[in-house]
Design a protein around this ligand. Structure first.
Ligand code: ASP
Length: 355
């Protein structure tokens, strides 16, 4: 743990935030030799973002080792993050996780299930341009994330006790977020849920959409047992029987996320439905998630969706694939039997589905 800023204290209890750096563009600098982006020493973050000194708060930093491009994120990182937040929970008013944008929506989704009874903000942020670049979006993202992670209402309660993503002046619920732009600053969207806040001249909180349901008498609990035996089958015209067979019936998966068309539709060919039925009969958990960015699965709308329902496929409603993955890892890791997992997939656990 590296204390990087300890300003004046009010009532001996200054507002405090822990910045956790996992890697990603935000903390990278161009290597003078080969020009590739490489992580810089995160303890120097105040030199890169001196604006942070203006906050009257204690800002500590913690950097993972090794720092990774988020394409290398594994569930082990989520487990480490959950443990870190639990261990430091009483020491900080909020947590900011600096993370590569590529898999940020997966990590924020997974953490939303792994942190139970969360009563503080856990705000993921990152950037499209490294923080050392003149036109970087990283400074604004980081400064807004710090402000939001430590914001309290007039009763001293956190404004956003959720796992969320702060990016491009928007605050999104973590398990509703998707990366939608590989190069623009507007990298994330929450297509099926309103923004939790927007950062303009003031930060405007969308209180009626923020979840405040934590029990203040109880502390945070974490769930770090994850069962990662999940595959994703993305349908496309021309998909072969062999490809579907390999994914649906492969030994390595306990659950398969079916990324279907439109409102949850799939081919009606007998070979396809026979494979779905066989996978269901073998006890696989099959979850229907739409490939569309917005809208939801309704398996009663078309015959092509109805046949999936009849074959035993569970409705994913408007869940994202990112969130479905984290939800399945968490539910299956809880030593829950498949029938119970299926029942819980239909339930809104952490605001991940509109139901
Ligand atoms: N490849 C980088 C990562 O996800 C991109 C970024 O940080 O925006 O780590």
């Amino acid at each position: 743990m590296n204390l990087i800023f300890n300003p004046f204290q009010r009532n001996n209890t200054p507002t405090s935030v822990l910045l956790v750096y996992t890697g990603g563009t935000i903390g990278m600098k161009a290597d003078p030799v080969d020009g590739t982006l490489k992580p810089f020493d995160f303890s120097g973050i105040l030199e890169e973002v001196p604006e942070l000194r203006k906050f009257a708060m204690k800002i500590d930093s913690y950097a993972f080792n090794p720092l990774i491009d988020s394409s290398d994120v594994e569930p082990a990182l989520w487990q480490a993050l959950a443990r870190l937040i639990r261990d430091r929970y009483d020491d900080y008013d909020g947590f900011v996780i600096l993370h590569g944008t590529d898999t940020m929506a997966y990590s924020a989704s997974a953490l939303s299930f792994m942190l139970d009874n969360l009563g503080k903000s856990v705000v993921f942020t990152g950037s499209q341009l490294p923080i050392g670049e003149p036109r970087t979006d990283g400074k604004e993202n980081l400064i807004s994330a710090v402000e939001i992670a430590t914001a309290k209402d007039s009763h001293g309660r956190p404004m956003v006790p959720e796992v969320c993503i702060c990016f491009n002046s928007q605050l999104l619920r973590g398990n509703r977020s998707v990366k939608v732009n590989a190069t623009g600053f507007d990298a994330f969207k929450s297509p099926n849920y309103p923004l939790l806040a927007t950062a303009g001249i003031n930060i405007k909180y969308n209180n009626s959409f923020i979840h405040y349901g934590y029990d203040r008498r109880k502390g945070l609990t974490i769930h770090t047992d994850l069962d990662t035996r999940v595959s994703v089958l993305k349908l496309h015209p021309g998909i072969t029987e062999q490809a579907v067979r390999d994914i649906l019936l492969g030994d390595g998966s306990r659950a398969v996320i079916l990324e279907t068309y439109g409102s949850g539709n799939a081919p009606c060919q007998p070979w396809f439905l026979a494979l779905v039925r066989e996978a269901a009969a073998r006890g696989k958990i099959l979850l229907n998630v739409t490939q569309c960015l917005s809208g939801y699965v309704d398996m009663d709308r078309y015959a092509t969706g109805r046949s999936l329902k009849d074959a035993g496929v569970i409705c994913g409603h408007d869940i994202t694939t990112e969130s479905a993955l984290g939800k399945l890892f968490y539910l299956m890791g809880e030593n829950t039997g498949n029938e119970r997992v299926k029942a819980l997939l239909e339930k809104n656990l952490k605001g991940e589905i509109s139901k």
